[in-house]
Design a protein around this ligand. Sequence first.
Ligand code: AG3
Length: 282
Amino acid sequence: MEFWFTERQTPNLGLTCRVKESLWVERTPYQTLAILDTYQYGRMLVLDGAVQTTEVDEHIYHEMLTHVPLLIHPRPRRVLVVGGGDGGTVREILKHPEVEQVELVEIDERVIAASRRFLPTISCALEDPRARVIVGDGVAHVAAAQGAYDVILVDSTDPVGPAIALFEEPFFASLHRALKGDGIFAAQTKTPYLDGALIAQIQRWVARRFPVACLYLAAIPTYPTGLWSFMLGSKRHPHDRPDEVRAKALETRYYSPEVHRAAFALPRTVEELLERARSALP
Ligand code: AG3
């Protein structure tokens, strides 16, 4: 007998994977959590039916969310992750020897627990002494911080349930306040093929506050359309000058300084989308 899981990415499109074994399914206070072992992508974390990360391609997302902002910051010492309970982003952050402390604020304790149990290659760094795991509301945490962080990474689900506020303007104002004078943030912002209006909106909110507001892309096979975007906001450091010496010392599989620079080269339609957003600035 064969078992297949489908993420309905839109009402008319899905990603379907053959399942070896369903390892865990639970209804948490926030969402339905599943860990599936799939033939193609290995173990997979699924929240409310949406694929969050898989053993096979998680490195692409986690490396690009992390190393792009960290390598344009000359000395990232204090880093905050909003969401990211699977631990993949923390693992990448802790590859940087300059980092003294990472705080992870995840709202759903069950995501952390299931990842610790079933996704050890992703969650391993959560046990590192430089990591501080906080179960709580990332929006409130960021709103309460002032000039506290060198880098903030928003490693959220799509804007459903508790993550909706992470895709609204007040959150970007809080990010600006929570960062130091030369701070940088990066956030996952879905795919330009399906979510252009949301991305243009976020670009406007970020450009209002950050002199550097740039979108970058990565090819992630298990996310809708495979083309994923990240928004980068930087108070001072330019987006396209990664520290080559520090980059060389990192063990990565997708990220390189060449990929870093290339990720900011946008397809014409995406460039035009952002251009229209820019010209609509007040
Ligand atoms: N968070 C972003 C996942 C978005 C995927 N969307 C979807 N499948 N519809 C990933 C968290 C990994 N740390």
